[in-house]
Design a protein around this ligand. Structure first.
Ligand code: B12
Ligand code: SF4
Length: 441
Protein backbone atom coordinates (compact mmCIF):
# COMPACT_ATOMS: atom_id res chain seq x y z
CA UNK A 1 0.00 0.00 0.00
CA UNK A 2 1.29 3.45 -0.91
CA UNK A 3 0.53 6.72 0.90
CA UNK A 4 0.81 9.94 -1.11
CA UNK A 5 1.21 13.11 0.96
CA UNK A 6 0.91 16.56 -0.54
CA UNK A 7 0.87 20.09 0.84
CA UNK A 8 -1.55 22.46 -0.82
CA UNK A 9 0.39 25.54 -1.95
CA UNK A 10 -0.27 28.66 -4.00
CA UNK A 11 -0.78 28.36 -7.76
CA UNK A 12 2.49 27.79 -9.65
CA UNK A 13 4.29 28.10 -6.34
CA UNK A 14 7.18 25.82 -5.67
CA UNK A 15 7.50 26.56 -2.02
CA UNK A 16 11.00 26.56 -0.54
CA UNK A 17 9.60 25.42 2.82
CA UNK A 18 10.08 21.86 3.98
CA UNK A 19 6.65 20.43 4.82
CA UNK A 20 7.78 19.52 8.32
CA UNK A 21 4.39 18.18 9.46
CA UNK A 22 4.29 15.63 6.63
CA UNK A 23 7.92 14.66 7.19
CA UNK A 24 7.22 13.95 10.88
CA UNK A 25 4.26 11.79 9.83
CA UNK A 26 6.47 9.78 7.45
CA UNK A 27 9.12 9.16 10.11
CA UNK A 28 6.52 8.20 12.73
CA UNK A 29 4.86 5.69 10.39
CA UNK A 30 8.22 4.12 9.65
CA UNK A 31 9.23 3.86 13.31
CA UNK A 32 6.00 2.54 14.80
CA UNK A 33 4.46 0.67 11.86
CA UNK A 34 7.44 -0.10 9.67
CA UNK A 35 5.46 1.61 6.92
CA UNK A 36 7.84 3.05 4.33
CA UNK A 37 5.87 3.43 1.13
CA UNK A 38 5.29 7.16 1.46
CA UNK A 39 5.83 9.87 -1.13
CA UNK A 40 5.76 13.58 -0.31
CA UNK A 41 5.34 16.24 -2.96
CA UNK A 42 3.82 19.64 -3.66
CA UNK A 43 3.05 18.78 -7.24
CA UNK A 44 -0.27 17.16 -7.96
CA UNK A 45 0.92 15.62 -11.26
CA UNK A 46 3.77 13.86 -9.43
CA UNK A 47 1.31 12.55 -6.88
CA UNK A 48 -1.08 11.27 -9.56
CA UNK A 49 1.76 9.53 -11.45
CA UNK A 50 2.75 7.67 -8.29
CA UNK A 51 -0.78 6.21 -8.05
CA UNK A 52 -1.02 6.03 -4.24
CA UNK A 53 -3.74 4.01 -2.55
CA UNK A 54 -4.52 6.75 -0.03
CA UNK A 55 -3.83 10.48 -0.27
CA UNK A 56 -3.16 12.89 2.60
CA UNK A 57 -3.30 16.64 2.14
CA UNK A 58 -1.94 19.31 4.46
CA UNK A 59 -3.93 22.53 4.38
CA UNK A 60 -3.35 26.15 5.46
CA UNK A 61 -6.54 28.24 5.29
CA UNK A 62 -5.18 30.59 2.63
CA UNK A 63 -4.65 27.58 0.32
CA UNK A 64 -8.07 26.09 0.85
CA UNK A 65 -9.23 26.52 -2.74
CA UNK A 66 -5.96 24.97 -4.03
CA UNK A 67 -6.63 22.04 -1.68
CA UNK A 68 -10.15 21.65 -3.12
CA UNK A 69 -8.68 21.50 -6.64
CA UNK A 70 -6.11 18.90 -5.60
CA UNK A 71 -8.79 16.74 -3.99
CA UNK A 72 -11.06 17.01 -7.05
CA UNK A 73 -8.23 15.81 -9.30
CA UNK A 74 -7.35 12.93 -6.99
CA UNK A 75 -10.98 11.85 -6.82
CA UNK A 76 -11.48 12.14 -10.60
CA UNK A 77 -8.28 10.37 -11.64
CA UNK A 78 -7.63 7.89 -8.83
CA UNK A 79 -10.88 7.66 -6.85
CA UNK A 80 -8.96 6.86 -3.64
CA UNK A 81 -9.73 7.88 -0.02
CA UNK A 82 -8.56 11.40 0.84
CA UNK A 83 -7.46 12.35 4.36
CA UNK A 84 -6.94 16.02 5.20
CA UNK A 85 -5.00 17.60 8.07
CA UNK A 86 -3.04 20.69 9.04
CA UNK A 87 -3.77 24.07 10.64
CA UNK A 88 -6.90 24.80 8.59
CA UNK A 89 -8.52 21.48 9.44
CA UNK A 90 -7.71 21.86 13.14
CA UNK A 91 -8.84 25.47 13.43
CA UNK A 92 -11.88 25.26 11.13
CA UNK A 93 -13.25 21.72 11.23
CA UNK A 94 -16.67 23.00 10.10
CA UNK A 95 -15.18 24.10 6.78
CA UNK A 96 -13.66 20.99 5.31
CA UNK A 97 -13.15 20.48 1.59
CA UNK A 98 -16.34 18.85 0.25
CA UNK A 99 -14.83 15.73 -1.22
CA UNK A 100 -12.44 14.90 1.62
CA UNK A 101 -13.33 11.65 3.38
CA UNK A 102 -11.55 11.97 6.73
CA UNK A 103 -10.16 14.99 8.57
CA UNK A 104 -7.44 14.64 11.19
CA UNK A 105 -7.74 17.25 13.92
CA UNK A 106 -4.56 18.44 15.66
CA UNK A 107 -1.39 16.43 16.03
CA UNK A 108 -1.46 13.93 13.19
CA UNK A 109 1.17 11.24 13.75
CA UNK A 110 -0.68 8.71 15.93
CA UNK A 111 -4.05 9.35 14.27
CA UNK A 112 -2.87 8.63 10.74
CA UNK A 113 -1.04 5.55 11.98
CA UNK A 114 -4.30 4.18 13.40
CA UNK A 115 -6.11 5.06 10.16
CA UNK A 116 -3.56 3.20 8.04
CA UNK A 117 -3.66 0.16 10.34
CA UNK A 118 -7.42 0.11 9.97
CA UNK A 119 -7.23 0.38 6.19
CA UNK A 120 -4.63 -2.36 5.90
CA UNK A 121 -6.79 -4.62 8.07
CA UNK A 122 -10.26 -3.90 6.65
CA UNK A 123 -9.30 -2.74 3.11
CA UNK A 124 -11.72 0.15 3.58
CA UNK A 125 -12.68 2.96 5.98
CA UNK A 126 -16.02 2.01 7.50
CA UNK A 127 -17.94 4.08 10.07
CA UNK A 128 -18.14 1.17 12.51
CA UNK A 129 -14.36 1.21 12.98
CA UNK A 130 -13.70 4.88 12.30
CA UNK A 131 -15.85 5.98 15.21
CA UNK A 132 -13.36 4.34 17.57
CA UNK A 133 -10.40 6.42 16.33
CA UNK A 134 -9.98 9.65 18.36
CA UNK A 135 -9.20 12.98 16.68
CA UNK A 136 -11.02 12.62 13.39
CA UNK A 137 -14.10 13.77 11.50
CA UNK A 138 -15.36 11.27 8.95
CA UNK A 139 -18.14 11.09 6.39
CA UNK A 140 -21.02 8.75 7.07
CA UNK A 141 -23.40 9.15 4.14
CA UNK A 142 -24.29 12.83 4.03
CA UNK A 143 -23.29 13.44 7.67
CA UNK A 144 -19.89 14.20 9.15
CA UNK A 145 -19.17 12.50 12.48
CA UNK A 146 -16.65 13.86 14.97
CA UNK A 147 -14.93 11.40 17.29
CA UNK A 148 -13.57 12.17 20.77
CA UNK A 149 -10.50 14.47 20.93
CA UNK A 150 -7.05 12.95 20.49
CA UNK A 151 -4.60 13.38 23.38
CA UNK A 152 -1.29 15.04 22.51
CA UNK A 153 1.70 12.68 22.34
CA UNK A 154 2.96 13.05 25.90
CA UNK A 155 6.66 13.33 25.09
CA UNK A 156 7.75 14.91 21.82
CA UNK A 157 10.91 12.79 21.85
CA UNK A 158 8.72 9.80 20.97
CA UNK A 159 8.35 11.30 17.49
CA UNK A 160 11.42 10.64 15.36
CA UNK A 161 12.95 13.61 13.50
CA UNK A 162 11.37 14.57 10.15
CA UNK A 163 12.22 12.17 7.32
CA UNK A 164 13.99 14.78 5.23
CA UNK A 165 15.48 12.12 2.94
CA UNK A 166 12.11 12.06 1.19
CA UNK A 167 12.76 15.53 -0.27
CA UNK A 168 15.13 16.82 -2.88
CA UNK A 169 17.68 18.24 -0.44
CA UNK A 170 19.14 21.08 -2.46
CA UNK A 171 15.73 22.63 -2.85
CA UNK A 172 15.11 23.69 0.74
CA UNK A 173 16.70 25.87 3.38
CA UNK A 174 16.68 23.33 6.22
CA UNK A 175 14.23 24.10 8.97
CA UNK A 176 14.18 22.67 12.48
CA UNK A 177 11.64 22.85 15.29
CA UNK A 178 12.75 22.59 18.91
CA UNK A 179 9.20 22.35 20.28
CA UNK A 180 5.51 22.65 19.46
CA UNK A 181 3.17 25.45 20.44
CA UNK A 182 3.69 28.59 22.47
CA UNK A 183 2.96 29.38 26.13
CA UNK A 184 1.71 32.92 25.34
CA UNK A 185 -1.80 33.83 24.22
CA UNK A 186 -1.60 36.81 21.91
CA UNK A 187 -5.13 37.82 21.00
CA UNK A 188 -4.71 37.37 17.23
CA UNK A 189 -2.62 34.20 17.15
CA UNK A 190 -3.85 30.68 16.48
CA UNK A 191 -0.73 28.82 17.63
CA UNK A 192 -1.97 28.26 21.22
CA UNK A 193 -5.35 27.20 19.78
CA UNK A 194 -3.65 24.68 17.50
CA UNK A 195 -1.34 23.08 20.02
CA UNK A 196 -3.03 23.74 23.42
CA UNK A 197 0.03 22.82 25.46
CA UNK A 198 3.58 24.03 24.89
CA UNK A 199 6.09 21.17 24.65
CA UNK A 200 9.79 21.00 23.83
CA UNK A 201 11.99 18.28 22.40
CA UNK A 202 14.87 17.38 24.74
CA UNK A 203 18.23 19.00 24.04
CA UNK A 204 19.78 15.64 23.11
CA UNK A 205 17.06 15.01 20.54
CA UNK A 206 17.59 18.40 18.93
CA UNK A 207 21.38 18.14 18.93
CA UNK A 208 21.17 14.81 17.11
CA UNK A 209 18.75 16.21 14.54
CA UNK A 210 20.86 19.32 14.10
CA UNK A 211 24.00 17.29 13.43
CA UNK A 212 22.17 15.28 10.78
CA UNK A 213 21.09 18.46 9.01
CA UNK A 214 24.55 20.03 9.26
CA UNK A 215 26.13 16.90 7.80
CA UNK A 216 23.78 16.63 4.89
CA UNK A 217 23.13 20.17 3.76
CA UNK A 218 23.51 23.85 3.63
CA UNK A 219 25.10 26.77 5.24
CA UNK A 220 21.98 28.18 6.85
CA UNK A 221 19.46 26.63 9.23
CA UNK A 222 16.15 28.24 10.17
CA UNK A 223 14.90 27.48 13.68
CA UNK A 224 11.22 28.00 13.01
CA UNK A 225 9.61 27.57 16.44
CA UNK A 226 7.14 30.36 17.02
CA UNK A 227 9.27 31.29 19.97
CA UNK A 228 12.86 30.17 20.29
CA UNK A 229 13.85 32.70 22.95
CA UNK A 230 11.63 31.05 25.55
CA UNK A 231 14.37 30.76 28.18
CA UNK A 232 17.90 31.92 28.64
CA UNK A 233 18.89 28.38 29.66
CA UNK A 234 17.70 26.93 26.36
CA UNK A 235 19.73 29.44 24.38
CA UNK A 236 22.78 28.97 26.63
CA UNK A 237 22.70 25.19 26.09
CA UNK A 238 22.11 25.52 22.38
CA UNK A 239 24.78 28.11 21.81
CA UNK A 240 27.28 26.13 23.88
CA UNK A 241 26.60 22.96 21.88
CA UNK A 242 26.96 24.72 18.54
CA UNK A 243 30.21 26.42 19.48
CA UNK A 244 31.63 23.22 21.05
CA UNK A 245 31.22 21.50 17.65
CA UNK A 246 32.41 24.48 15.62
CA UNK A 247 29.10 24.43 13.73
CA UNK A 248 28.89 28.23 13.80
CA UNK A 249 31.88 28.37 11.47
CA UNK A 250 29.94 26.60 8.72
CA UNK A 251 26.33 27.46 9.40
CA UNK A 252 24.38 30.60 10.14
CA UNK A 253 21.06 30.60 12.01
CA UNK A 254 17.70 32.34 11.82
CA UNK A 255 15.42 32.30 14.89
CA UNK A 256 12.11 33.77 16.09
CA UNK A 257 12.22 35.82 19.29
CA UNK A 258 9.94 37.83 21.59
CA UNK A 259 10.76 41.25 22.96
CA UNK A 260 9.81 40.86 26.64
CA UNK A 261 12.10 37.87 27.23
CA UNK A 262 14.98 39.26 25.19
CA UNK A 263 18.08 40.64 26.86
CA UNK A 264 21.73 41.36 26.17
CA UNK A 265 22.94 37.94 27.31
CA UNK A 266 20.58 36.25 24.83
CA UNK A 267 21.74 38.55 22.09
CA UNK A 268 25.38 37.76 22.84
CA UNK A 269 24.70 34.00 22.87
CA UNK A 270 22.77 34.16 19.61
CA UNK A 271 25.57 36.10 17.98
CA UNK A 272 28.10 33.60 19.29
CA UNK A 273 26.27 30.73 17.58
CA UNK A 274 26.27 32.79 14.37
CA UNK A 275 22.64 33.87 14.31
CA UNK A 276 22.54 36.36 11.48
CA UNK A 277 18.79 37.02 11.36
CA UNK A 278 16.02 37.18 13.94
CA UNK A 279 12.31 37.49 13.28
CA UNK A 280 10.15 39.29 15.81
CA UNK A 281 6.49 40.22 16.04
CA UNK A 282 6.63 43.91 17.06
CA UNK A 283 2.95 44.16 16.02
CA UNK A 284 2.47 47.83 16.94
CA UNK A 285 4.15 50.85 18.49
CA UNK A 286 1.06 51.86 20.42
CA UNK A 287 0.97 50.68 24.05
CA UNK A 288 -2.82 50.60 23.87
CA UNK A 289 -2.78 48.23 20.86
CA UNK A 290 -0.07 46.01 22.35
CA UNK A 291 -2.29 45.61 25.43
CA UNK A 292 -5.33 44.92 23.23
CA UNK A 293 -3.35 42.14 21.55
CA UNK A 294 -2.40 40.78 24.98
CA UNK A 295 1.16 40.88 23.67
CA UNK A 296 2.75 41.27 27.12
CA UNK A 297 5.53 43.40 25.65
CA UNK A 298 5.93 47.16 25.59
CA UNK A 299 7.18 49.61 22.99
CA UNK A 300 10.30 50.03 25.16
CA UNK A 301 10.86 46.24 24.97
CA UNK A 302 10.61 46.43 21.18
CA UNK A 303 13.06 49.31 21.06
CA UNK A 304 15.49 47.44 23.33
CA UNK A 305 15.54 44.46 20.94
CA UNK A 306 16.23 46.69 17.97
CA UNK A 307 19.08 48.50 19.71
CA UNK A 308 20.64 45.28 21.00
CA UNK A 309 20.48 43.45 17.67
CA UNK A 310 21.82 46.50 15.88
CA UNK A 311 24.74 46.72 18.31
CA UNK A 312 25.49 43.02 17.90
CA UNK A 313 25.05 43.21 14.12
CA UNK A 314 22.16 40.73 13.90
CA UNK A 315 19.65 41.55 11.16
CA UNK A 316 16.11 42.12 12.44
CA UNK A 317 13.03 41.24 10.46
CA UNK A 318 9.97 42.70 12.17
CA UNK A 319 6.29 42.09 11.74
CA UNK A 320 3.61 44.73 12.26
CA UNK A 321 -0.18 44.46 12.15
CA UNK A 322 -2.62 47.26 11.42
CA UNK A 323 -6.41 47.29 11.50
CA UNK A 324 -7.28 46.30 15.09
CA UNK A 325 -10.90 47.26 15.83
CA UNK A 326 -9.94 49.85 18.46
CA UNK A 327 -6.92 51.23 16.55
CA UNK A 328 -7.10 54.93 15.76
CA UNK A 329 -5.17 57.10 13.32
CA UNK A 330 -2.95 58.15 16.23
CA UNK A 331 -2.05 54.51 16.98
CA UNK A 332 -1.14 53.76 13.37
CA UNK A 333 0.93 56.94 13.15
CA UNK A 334 2.86 55.78 16.22
CA UNK A 335 3.65 52.54 14.40
CA UNK A 336 4.67 54.43 11.26
CA UNK A 337 6.93 56.76 13.27
CA UNK A 338 8.49 53.84 15.11
CA UNK A 339 9.42 52.04 11.88
CA UNK A 340 10.59 55.25 10.26
CA UNK A 341 12.74 56.17 13.25
CA UNK A 342 14.33 52.70 13.24
CA UNK A 343 14.58 52.24 9.49
CA UNK A 344 18.40 52.22 9.59
CA UNK A 345 18.39 49.53 12.25
CA UNK A 346 15.57 47.23 11.09
CA UNK A 347 16.83 45.07 8.24
CA UNK A 348 13.37 44.42 6.84
CA UNK A 349 9.75 44.25 7.99
CA UNK A 350 6.34 42.98 6.96
CA UNK A 351 3.10 44.82 7.60
CA UNK A 352 -0.22 42.99 7.41
CA UNK A 353 -3.87 43.70 8.07
CA UNK A 354 -5.34 42.04 11.13
CA UNK A 355 -6.90 38.71 10.12
CA UNK A 356 -9.13 37.12 12.74
CA UNK A 357 -8.52 33.40 13.28
CA UNK A 358 -11.25 31.27 14.85
CA UNK A 359 -10.59 30.36 18.47
CA UNK A 360 -8.60 33.53 19.18
CA UNK A 361 -9.61 36.44 21.43
CA UNK A 362 -9.87 38.72 18.39
CA UNK A 363 -12.37 36.34 16.83
CA UNK A 364 -14.48 36.48 20.00
CA UNK A 365 -14.21 40.29 20.06
CA UNK A 366 -15.62 40.73 16.56
CA UNK A 367 -18.14 37.88 16.77
CA UNK A 368 -21.07 40.11 17.76
CA UNK A 369 -20.66 42.17 14.57
CA UNK A 370 -19.67 39.31 12.30
CA UNK A 371 -22.00 38.47 9.42
CA UNK A 372 -23.41 34.96 9.33
CA UNK A 373 -20.99 32.42 7.86
CA UNK A 374 -22.76 30.09 5.45
CA UNK A 375 -20.05 29.24 2.97
CA UNK A 376 -16.29 28.93 2.84
CA UNK A 377 -16.21 32.16 0.82
CA UNK A 378 -18.03 33.99 3.66
CA UNK A 379 -15.40 32.68 6.04
CA UNK A 380 -12.46 33.70 3.84
CA UNK A 381 -14.01 37.14 3.41
CA UNK A 382 -14.17 37.54 7.20
CA UNK A 383 -10.64 36.27 7.75
CA UNK A 384 -8.80 38.00 4.94
CA UNK A 385 -10.85 40.75 3.31
CA UNK A 386 -12.88 42.61 5.91
CA UNK A 387 -11.92 45.82 7.62
CA UNK A 388 -12.74 45.43 11.34
CA UNK A 389 -11.62 48.90 12.32
CA UNK A 390 -14.11 50.89 14.40
CA UNK A 391 -12.37 54.14 13.44
CA UNK A 392 -10.89 53.97 9.94
CA UNK A 393 -12.42 53.42 6.52
CA UNK A 394 -10.92 50.72 4.31
CA UNK A 395 -9.47 53.38 2.05
CA UNK A 396 -7.72 55.09 4.96
CA UNK A 397 -6.37 51.78 6.19
CA UNK A 398 -4.99 50.90 2.74
CA UNK A 399 -3.37 54.34 2.50
CA UNK A 400 -1.65 53.85 5.85
CA UNK A 401 -0.57 50.38 4.75
CA UNK A 402 0.97 51.79 1.57
CA UNK A 403 2.67 54.55 3.53
CA UNK A 404 4.16 52.10 6.03
CA UNK A 405 5.29 49.72 3.29
CA UNK A 406 7.03 52.54 1.47
CA UNK A 407 9.50 53.05 4.33
CA UNK A 408 12.95 52.02 3.12
CA UNK A 409 14.85 49.87 5.58
CA UNK A 410 18.44 48.69 5.65
CA UNK A 411 17.56 45.83 3.28
CA UNK A 412 16.22 48.21 0.60
CA UNK A 413 19.18 50.50 0.97
CA UNK A 414 21.51 47.53 0.71
CA UNK A 415 19.76 46.37 -2.49
CA UNK A 416 19.72 49.88 -3.93
CA UNK A 417 23.43 50.29 -3.27
CA UNK A 418 24.08 46.92 -4.82
CA UNK A 419 22.08 47.87 -7.91
CA UNK A 420 23.89 51.19 -8.13
CA UNK A 421 27.22 49.36 -7.97
CA UNK A 422 26.16 46.98 -10.76
CA UNK A 423 25.01 49.90 -12.95
CA UNK A 424 28.20 51.84 -12.25
CA UNK A 425 30.32 48.80 -13.08
CA UNK A 426 28.66 48.28 -16.47
CA UNK A 427 28.88 52.00 -17.28
CA UNK A 428 32.61 51.97 -16.43
CA UNK A 429 33.05 48.90 -18.65
CA UNK A 430 31.33 50.63 -21.56
CA UNK A 431 33.44 53.72 -21.09
CA UNK A 432 36.55 51.58 -21.15
CA UNK A 433 35.42 50.09 -24.47
CA UNK A 434 34.24 46.67 -23.27
CA UNK A 435 30.90 45.40 -24.60
CA UNK A 436 30.25 42.97 -21.75
CA UNK A 437 31.87 41.68 -18.52
CA UNK A 438 32.85 38.53 -20.51
CA UNK A 439 35.29 40.67 -22.51
CA UNK A 440 37.34 40.95 -19.34
CA UNK A 441 38.06 37.22 -19.33
C1 B12 B 1 7.32 27.23 10.53
C2 B12 B 1 6.11 27.97 10.04
C3 B12 B 1 6.21 28.64 8.86
C4 B12 B 1 7.49 28.64 8.04
C5 B12 B 1 7.61 27.35 7.22
C6 B12 B 1 6.29 26.98 6.59
C7 B12 B 1 6.15 25.57 6.11
N1 B12 B 1 5.33 25.47 5.12
O1 B12 B 1 6.71 24.63 6.62
C8 B12 B 1 7.29 29.94 7.20
C9 B12 B 1 7.89 31.09 8.00
C10 B12 B 1 7.91 29.96 5.84
C11 B12 B 1 5.77 30.05 7.23
C12 B12 B 1 5.07 30.71 6.27
C13 B12 B 1 3.68 30.80 6.29
N2 B12 B 1 2.87 30.49 7.30
CO1 B12 B 1 3.44 29.51 8.82
N3 B12 B 1 3.88 28.64 10.37
C14 B12 B 1 4.92 27.99 10.80
C15 B12 B 1 4.71 27.39 12.20
C16 B12 B 1 5.44 28.26 13.23
C17 B12 B 1 5.15 25.95 12.35
C18 B12 B 1 4.70 25.03 11.19
C19 B12 B 1 5.24 23.66 11.39
O2 B12 B 1 6.19 23.24 10.77
N4 B12 B 1 4.67 22.95 12.35
C20 B12 B 1 5.14 21.66 12.74
C21 B12 B 1 4.28 20.55 12.29
C22 B12 B 1 4.59 19.38 13.17
O3 B12 B 1 2.94 20.91 12.43
P1 B12 B 1 1.92 20.94 11.22
O4 B12 B 1 2.55 21.31 9.96
O5 B12 B 1 0.73 21.68 11.66
O6 B12 B 1 1.52 19.38 11.07
C23 B12 B 1 0.93 18.61 12.09
C24 B12 B 1 -0.60 18.64 12.13
O7 B12 B 1 -1.15 19.86 11.67
C25 B12 B 1 -1.03 17.47 11.31
N5 B12 B 1 -1.04 17.57 9.85
C26 B12 B 1 -0.60 18.52 9.03
N6 B12 B 1 -0.84 18.19 7.75
C27 B12 B 1 -1.42 16.99 7.73
C28 B12 B 1 -1.87 16.19 6.69
C29 B12 B 1 -2.46 14.96 6.99
C30 B12 B 1 -2.93 14.10 5.87
C31 B12 B 1 -2.60 14.54 8.34
C32 B12 B 1 -3.23 13.25 8.65
C33 B12 B 1 -2.16 15.36 9.38
C34 B12 B 1 -1.57 16.57 9.08
O8 B12 B 1 -0.04 16.52 11.65
C35 B12 B 1 1.25 17.17 11.71
C36 B12 B 1 2.10 16.46 12.74
O9 B12 B 1 1.53 16.52 14.01
C37 B12 B 1 3.15 27.48 12.34
C38 B12 B 1 2.62 27.74 13.73
C39 B12 B 1 2.61 26.48 14.53
N7 B12 B 1 3.21 26.54 15.67
O10 B12 B 1 2.10 25.46 14.11
C40 B12 B 1 2.80 28.63 11.39
C41 B12 B 1 1.47 28.58 10.62
C42 B12 B 1 1.24 27.16 10.17
N8 B12 B 1 1.69 29.44 9.47
C43 B12 B 1 0.64 30.06 9.13
C44 B12 B 1 0.56 30.92 8.00
C45 B12 B 1 -0.75 31.69 7.81
C46 B12 B 1 1.64 31.05 7.13
C47 B12 B 1 1.66 31.88 5.85
C48 B12 B 1 0.44 31.72 4.98
C49 B12 B 1 1.92 33.34 6.28
C50 B12 B 1 1.82 34.33 5.12
N9 B12 B 1 0.80 35.15 5.18
O11 B12 B 1 2.64 34.31 4.25
C51 B12 B 1 2.95 31.37 5.13
C52 B12 B 1 2.67 30.25 4.10
C53 B12 B 1 3.94 29.73 3.48
C54 B12 B 1 3.79 28.42 2.74
N10 B12 B 1 3.71 28.50 1.43
O12 B12 B 1 3.75 27.36 3.32
C55 B12 B 1 -0.52 29.79 10.06
C56 B12 B 1 -1.61 28.90 9.44
C57 B12 B 1 -3.01 29.32 9.89
C58 B12 B 1 -4.07 28.67 9.11
N11 B12 B 1 -5.29 28.96 9.52
O13 B12 B 1 -3.89 27.95 8.17
C59 B12 B 1 0.20 29.22 11.30
C60 B12 B 1 -0.60 28.23 12.15
C61 B12 B 1 0.67 30.42 12.17
C62 B12 B 1 -0.45 31.08 12.95
N12 B12 B 1 -0.39 31.01 14.25
O14 B12 B 1 -1.35 31.66 12.39
N13 B12 B 1 5.25 29.41 8.25
S1 SF4 C 1 2.19 35.68 18.46
FE1 SF4 C 1 4.04 34.54 18.98
S2 SF4 C 1 4.27 34.82 21.20
FE2 SF4 C 1 2.15 35.37 20.68
S3 SF4 C 1 0.97 33.48 21.01
FE3 SF4 C 1 1.55 33.55 18.85
S4 SF4 C 1 3.42 32.40 18.73
FE4 SF4 C 1 3.12 32.90 20.88
Amino acid sequence: MKLGLIRAAGKNETSPYEPLGLLYIASYLEKYMNFKDVIITENIDTLLKEKPDIAGISIYTIYLSEAEEIINKIKEELGIPVIVGGPHVTLLPDFLPDKSDIAVIGEGEQTILELLELYLREKKFDPYHLVKIPGIIFKDGSKRIKTQPRELIYSLDLIPPPKRELLKKHYYTPKILTGRGCPYKCAFCSTPVLWHKFRMFSNDYIYKELLQIVDSSGTRIDIVDDLFSISIQKIKDFSKFIVSRGIEKEVSFYVNIRADTFNEEMCYLLKKMNTTKVFIGFESASEKILKFYNKKQTVADNQRVIDLCYTYDIQIIGSFIIGAPIETRKDIKETYNFIYKNSEKIYNFACSFLSPDPGTAIWEYIKPVMPEIKTIDDLLEIMYSTNWSEHLTTEELINYYRKICSIETACHKHLNNHLKRVIKFSTDLNRAGFQSPLDLL
